[in-house]
Design a protein around this ligand. Sequence first.
Ligand SMILES: O=C(O)[C@H](O)[C@@H](O)[C@H](O)[C@@H](O)C(=O)O
Ligand SMILES: [Mg+2]
Length: 446
Amino acid sequence: MSDSPVITDVKVIPVTGYDSMLLNIAGAHSCFFSRVLLVITDSAGHSGVGEIPATQVVQKILQNAAPYLIGQKITRLNALVAELHQRDLRDEHPDMQPFPQARAWDLERHYNAVAAVEAALLDLMGQFLNEPVAELLGAGKQRDEVPVLGYLFYIADRQRADMPYQPGRQDQHPWYHLRHQQAMGIDEVVRLAEAAQDRYGFKDFKLKGGVQRGETEIETAIALKKRFPEARVTVDPNASWSLDQAITLCRGMGDVLSYVEDPCGAENGYSGRETLAEFKRATGLPVATNMIANDWRQLNHALQLNAIDIPLADPHFWTMRSAATIGQLCHEWRLTMGCHSNNHFDISLAMLAHLGASAPGDITSFDTHWIWQDGQYLTKEPLQIREGKISLPDKPGFGIELDWEKVEAANRLYNSLPVKDRDDTVPMQYLIDGWQFNPKQATLLR
Ligand SMILES: O=C(O)[C@H](O)[C@@H](O)[C@H](O)[C@@H](O)C(=O)O
Ligand SMILES: [Mg+2]
C-alpha cells in the first residue's frame, strides 16, 4: 500500500475582486465578482487549491464535505471524487433546506463543489508525485502553451451606477484604462480588441452578444474580422436569438465567423439541442456551446442530434478530469475542444492552462475572462498570457503558490459585501429602470 499523505485541513475561502460594467444577456456585471477557493492541506505539508464560482450554497456544500475529507489519503482522489458525486452533500446540512433556487442551479453548484475538491486534490497529487497536473489528466501533457482568446464585451457607462466601479489606471498599458470605460459602439469594441491584442498578443476573439440588436453584433464581428483578418472570430448571444433570427444573421457569414456560440436555444417546444442542429444544417457554421451539453447525458443527446462541434468543457462544472476526457473524445471523434469561462482569479487561470495542456490534437482558443481581472493576483507568480497563450510553469501540481496576504484581503472584501451572490439585474437597473431578465430579449432592447 502507498504511504500517501493524508488530508489534514480543508479551508473554504470566499474571495472578491473588482470587475468592469460588462454587459450580457443577464444584465450588467457588478463592480464586484466573487469566487470560492478551496485549500486542502496534507500531512506532507503541501497545500492544494481549487477555484470555483462563489455562491453561498456552494460554500455550505464544501463545508459539509470537509469532515468527510479530513483523514483520507490523497491517493484516493478518484474514489473520493466519485463518492462526492454520489453523496448529495446538500441534504446533509439541515440549514440548506429549502433551496430558494430551481433544482438545476442547485445541481450545478453541487458539480462546482466536486470540481473544487478534485482540483485541490489534483494539485496535491501533482506535488506528491512531483508532476504537473497536466500529466495526471487525459493523455498526459500534450503542450507547454495553451491558446486563449480575447474575450470582448460591450461595456456600459459605469458612471451611471451608484456602485464603486474602478476608474482604471492611466500609468500602465492602455488596456488597463480602456477596460473600465464605456464601449458600446463598433469602433470602441475594435479599439478594445486592439488594446487587448497589443497587451496579450491574442490571435482570436470572442464577442459577448445578446446585448444589442443582432445586426449590430454581427457588424461588430465583421469589423473585428476586418481589423484582424487572421483571427478566429465568434459571437455568443447566449441563446437569445430565435432560430430564424440566428439563421438570418449568420447564413453566409463563414468568412467572418469561424464558429458561433449558442446562437439560439429552446423555443416553441423544441429543445436547444434541436434548434442548434437545425442552425448548423441551415448555415453550415460550426457551433460551440456552454449551455446545452453540460453533463454526459446532455452531451450524448447533443452529439446524437449533430447539434454541436465545440463543447466548451469548463473544468469548474465538468471537473478537471471529465473536461480532460472531453478533450480526448473531441480528438478521437473529430470534434474541437474549447473551454467556457466566467470572471476568475489566477488559480482558475492555472486550472484552464493545465486542462488545455492535456488536450490532444487541435483545440480552439480557450475562453478566459482573465484580462478583465489581470492585476488582482492571489498567487505569488501568476501565470501570464503572452502571444495569446498561457505558458505552463515547470513546477509540480498547478505550479502556483497562494499569496496569503492578498487572499485575506480579497476575503475581507467578500465579507464586507451586503449581497454575496451574483445578480446582474441590480447594476442593470441603473441603466434601465425596472429592468428584468428575459432570456429571449437582448439586454438593451427594452
Ligand atoms: O457575462 C459573462 O461573464 C458571461 O455571459 C458568462 O456568464 C457566460 O457564462 C459566458 O462566459 C458564456 O460563454 O456563456
Ligand atoms: Mg457561452
